[in-house]
Design a protein around this ligand. Structure first.
Ligand code: ATP
Length: 435
């Protein structure tokens, strides 16, 4: 346990030191549970979102994308049940006033000062704000707590404009906001985060088949991107723990350094959402099935993932320390598709004679991949820096390169080096990276 805690501390420190993740508004002391992504973090996060988009939208015929606004008509949250039901039980310490989520406590007393806690009350997690210049009840709007509702309210728009048949999925990525009672573990639970959600609409009767399909597909996705199988598990929710509208739900969980935690939930939501929005909006959201010549309300399977949580899982899983003869090598063994930098170009010496060739190679490679150029300090130090940020390949330009037009390519995990002709470099890297 202590070792795992230690790993988390090291990871947090690496994220800060190397520019993956910073506390929000740090120069003002930080804003609790909000995070900023630095130069490496933003590329890594974008890679995760692109990998998801590629697998869910781009490579499929039966899913289309959408990007809806964060602020929505307040009736949406009435229809979805969020206004009434999107709450957690909150208890407050009667002495030090700290607040906790009652369902997360082992003991019914304050974990900080040991005093008595208040009775639980339901605390709504939606952030409220006002639209327009008048702060009155009529102008209240909410920051969306999930991206899914933007998809449901556009079901008819997408169905009629895309001219597709069921099954059809609509996918969206974007920010969500939840006024969580307790936050923590870096980006695992924050109040502003990003989601990647798919609503996959199917004919009633085929929903359980599709549910199984999506549980399996999503479970595989994390493994294809390098997460170790032993650190992933599926957890089916017990009937009594299901939301009232859900027919079944299975979470993909990751073994984080502190415990198992949810990465993604896959739910069979039946026809609840479309029926609710049809009832509240008065619009017909049924689908006319040309095969059976019947009007039906589709069922929906929802794989709902968090970008930030996945990023933390990818980082934690990739973090490794290798005992060397004289020092420990810290290496992020990230899958090349996720790694923020794919290649680093390193001239062996800072002497001017190597720079033109090294810069030429760097400028050429960065047209294709995110590429770094580093000419400061010893080559050993520079390799370590790239290992720590997960760069899969380093290209070293040395004095011999000026003679033989070849460079040394070093692979991050094995540290093996091979000599490759500059004319063959792009081809070789593209084979190795296999993106
Ligand atoms: P939890 O039980 O951990 O609060 P949840 O079941 O409420 O999560 P969902 O509503 O199913 O979460 O949201 C789908 C996904 O969105 C989660 O699996 C997670 O990856 C992400 N997510 C939800 N809340 C947060 C948060 N506060 N911070 C970061 N990611 C979140």
């Amino acid at each position: 346990m202590a070792e795992q805690q230690n790993k988390m501390e090291k990871l947090v420190s690496l994220c800060k030191r190397r520019g993956f993740i910073f506390p929000s508004s740090e120069i003002y002391g930080g804003l609790s549970s909000c995070w900023d992504y630095g130069p490496l973090g933003v590329d890594m996060k974008r890679n995760i979102k692109n990998a998801w988009w590629h697998s869910i939208v781009q490579s499929r015929d039966d899913v289309v994308g959408i990007d809806t606004s964060i602020l929505m008509h307040p009736r949406v949250w009435d229809a979805s049940g969020h206004l009434k039901g999107f709450s957690d039980p909150l208890v407050e310490c009667k002495k030090c006033n700290l607040r906790f989520r009652a369902d997360e406590l082992d003991e019914q007393k304050c974990s900080v000062c040991g005093s008595v806690l208040s009775e639980p009350r339901q605390f709504n997690l939606m952030f409220k704000t006002f639209m327009g210049p008048v702060e009155e009840e009529a102008a209240v709007v909410y920051l969306r707590p999930e991206t899914a509702q933007g998809i449901f309210v556009n079901f008819d728009n997408v169905m009629t404009t895309s001219r597709k048949k069921l099954p059809l999925g609509i996918a969206q990525q974007g920010k969500s906001f939840r006024n969580e009672i307790t936050t923590g573990n870096l980006i695992f639970r924050s109040r502003e985060f990003e989601q990647m959600e798919l609503e996959f609409f199917v004919k009633p009767g085929t929903d359980m088949e599709w549910f199984d399909y999506w549980v399996n597909t999503r479970y595989q996705w994390y493994q294809k991107l390098g997460i170790k199988a032993e650190n992933l598990r599926l957890r089916a929710h017990a009937k009594e723990d299901l939301a009232h509208y859900a027919r079944c739900c299975t979470d993909v969980e990751y073994h984080f350094p502190w415990s198992w935690g949810e990465l993604e939930g896959i739910a069979n939501r039946g026809d609840f959402d479309l029926r609710q929005h049809a009832a509240f909006s008065g619009k017909n959201l049924a689908y006319f099935d040309t095969d059976s010549k019947e009007s039906i309300v589709p069922c929906v399977i929802e794989p709902s993932a968090g970008v930030d949580r996945s990023m933390l899982a990818f980082l934690a899983d990739a973090y490794d320390e290798e005992e060397g003869t004289d020092e420990v090598r810290t290496v992020l063994r990230l899958h090349p598709a996720i790694a923020p930098i794919k290649v680093a170009v390193l001239p062996l010496s800072k002497k001017d004679i190597l720079a033109p060739l090294a810069l030429q190679i760097y400028r050429d490679l960065r047209q294709v991949w995110t590429t770094a150029y580093d000419d400061s300090q010893s080559i050993g130090r520079r390799y370590r820096r790239q290992d720590e940020t997960g760069t899969p390949y380093c290209v070293t330009v040395d004095f011999q390169s000026l003679e033989d037009n070849a460079v040394t390519v070093r692979e991050r995990d094995s540290m093996q080096q091979e000599r490759i002709a500059i004319s063959e470099l792009k081809k070789a890297l593209s084979l190795h990276l296999n993106l």
